[in-house]
Design a protein around this ligand. Structure first.
Ligand code: ARG
Length: 578
């Protein structure tokens, strides 16, 4: 259910009936302050300006035409022409009763499911996964879960970097290493392995030439060489998979569709673009000149798709990938969860593929850009000595720190339970700290803030969940046993009810705009509304009538389930106690 949409439809119809032009929108939004109703429709002001009439009078005319149905209790005109909407208490209670009975909290699947391709995580396999891949993995996975929950068909595409000239150096080094060790051992630490190979490449006589020979052999499809490469890739992927499972992300082996998969298509694609005159030769290279992205002087933006020596580029592969996703995977929508610093590259790829007609007009290409993860010194996140931080080490540290906190908070827990809770809290904290920030901004990675039990954090929400669950344990009741009506007699109950009913519209919003922090803010507001309710409305105290207890327990259960579902969509787990 999407209250905002339902109200928008009602007000739009009333505006039309009042003779207002169709393109004047109703501008419906949740009320900003308590006491001004639950929602506001602010469309009368804009429309009055357009029509040269008095906005308050126009608002009155709209209200004359408004079909309040059983949804709206009353609407008040305020200030220069705001329309403050008060939802009907009975309507809210009915919606909550329906949600309480439904596994999906009465959130229906979308009417028109799309095929959504999401390109995320995509580490480069030459090296160990590092914190640079954390944001894309976390954000991409949350979007995948949420869109799937909405009923869309999500196709995950892990566009791993498994090809390129650096593999020459790595394979030359690997083949030497295999003389006295097996591949697993040699590649146990990819970071170390890469550094060794690089040192040899820079310093050892003859090694750089051998590395270049390997590149040529690899590109020429030499069997021996491909076998070696495959070994390297398999071990690299298994390192990534360990991290995915630790991080509780949904990416599987079958979601890997790496750069090398497009190799055969690259010469075909370049030839086609040349033949069609979309690409031209320029100083030996093959280039697509994009007038659509011309600079201030009118010079088109050049996108090289084949280098002078014949080599293909990252950009060429991305063009092939767009064509594959649109035509083979039948995407309606393609999301790229990629660092903001790649926005020029993606803009070029999007523009060139449109120009080449690689995808139907209706298919959208969206860059879900994100900023950089910073250390508390305000510089990109690094180890103390300035090295890149390995993801595995970072996640282990999160769990360790969480374990200390959990043990402090609840010293009676047995070791296994404590470890399991610490895993959920530590990983949840890292993910939530990322997801709760506006993704396009840089953000500071700080342990204290993300592991705090106060404020907009995972531990706060996980704790709120356990508190609700403990009420049921104390009451000795299972939520399934609750019967009777939901009553919203107090201001706190009503405010909580409105919040609960807004879950669906928040999900719609995140699905559309791809900003997961909106779901985080919602969950935090919901938990705050619950705290206010809990302070004001006793649930199990003596003197509370059976009906009231029943109604309030249903509200509690809805809060717990909404938090669990919402966190679940963010890839964060809850627990019964902590
Ligand atoms: N592997 C690349 C990197 O780590 C990111 C790939 C993003 N996806 C894409 N289709 N270009 O920088």
């Amino acid at each position: 259910m999407n209250i905002r949409q339902l109200l928008s439809d009602k007000f739009q119809a009333a505006m039309l009936a009042a003779g207002i032009p169709e393109d004047c929108g109703p501008v419906v939004a949740p009320a900003k302050k308590a006491g001004f109703g639950d929602y506001q429709a602010n469309g009368a002001m804009g429309a009055a300006k357009r029509m040269g009439t008095n906005p308050r009078e126009l608002a009155a005319k709209i209200l004359e035409q408004l079909d309040q149905g059983d949804m709206i209790d009353k609407v008040e005109i305020a200030g220069p022409g705001f329309m403050n909407i008060h939802l009907s208490e009975q309507w809210l209670a009915d919606k909550l009763a329906a949600a309480e009975k439904d596994e999906r909290l009465n959130i229906a699947a979308v009417d028109q499911p799309q095929t959504v391709v999401i390109d995320y995580s995509h580490p480069n396999l030459a090296k160990e996964m590092h914190v640079g891949h954390l944001r894309t993995t976390i954000i991409g996975d949350a979007l995948a879960r949420l869109l799937e929950f909405q009923g869309h068909k999500v196709v995950r595409q892990n566009h791993m970097g498994d090809w390129g000239t650096q593999f020459g150096m790595l394979l030359a080094h690997l083949s030497d290493k295999l003389a006295d060790s097996d591949a697993e051992v040699a590649l146990a630490d990819l970071e170390v392995f890469y550094r060794e190979a690089k040192v040899r490449f820079d310093e050892e006589e003859g090694f750089a030439d051998r590395a270049r020979e390997y590149v040529v052999k690899l590109q020429g499809g030499d069997e021996q060489c491909l076998k070696l490469w495959q070994q390297f890739i398999d071990i690299s992927i298994s390192h990534c998979e360990e991290i995915y499972s630790k991080l509780n992300v949904t990416l599987k082996q079958e979601d890997v569709y790496a750069e090398s998969q497009y190799n055969d298509d690259l010469p075909v694609l370049v030839k086609e673009l040349l033949d069609r005159g979309i690409a031209v030769e320029d100083q030996g290279a093959i280039v697509v000149f994009l007038e659509e992205m011309a600079d201030k002087e009118g010079n088109p933006s050049p996108m090289i798709i084949q280098k002078k020596g014949g080599g293909y580029l990252y950009a060429t592969t991305d063009l092939a990938a767009i064509r594959y996703r649109a035509n083979q995977l039948h995407a309606d929508r393609i999301l790229y969860v990629v660092d903001a610093r790649q926005s020029l590259h993606l803009q070029q790829a999007f523009t060139a593929s449109r120009k080449a007609g690689f995808l139907p007009e209706s298919v959208t290409l969206e860059h879900c850009a994100f900023g950089t993860m910073m250390g508390d010194d305000g510089k990109p996140f690094k180890t103390r000595t300035g090295g890149t931080v390995k993801l595995a080490a970072l996640l282990d540290e999160a769990i360790e720190r969480a374990e200390k906190l959990v043990a402090e908070k609840n010293p009676d827990l047995d070791a296994d339970t404590c470890a399991e809770i610490a895993r959920k809290v530590g990983i949840g904290a890292v993910k939530y700290a990322d997801l709760s920030k506006t993704r396009t901004n840089d953000y500071i990675f700080g342990w204290e803030a993300m592991l705090s039990f106060e404020g907009n954090t995972a531990p706060y929400l996980q704790y709120a969940y356990t508190r609700v669950r403990s009420i049921f344990r104390r009451a000795g009741i299972e939520p399934g046993e609750l019967t009777g009506d939901i009553q919203l007699g107090t201001a706190e109950e009503r405010a909580l009810a409105v919040k609960l009913c807004q879950f669906g519209e928040v999900l719609d919003q995140v699905a559309k705009d791809t900003f997961p922090h909106m779901l985080c803010s919602y969950l935090y507001d919901l938990a705050s509304a619950y705290m206010a309710f809990y302070e004001a409305c006793p649930v199990l105290k003596e003197g509370v009538s059976e009906e009231q207890k029943n109604s309030r327990l249903q509200l509690c259960d809805l809060v717990a389930r909404t938090i669990a579902t919402g966190l679940g969509l963010l890839g964060i787990e809850v627990m019964e106690q902590m």
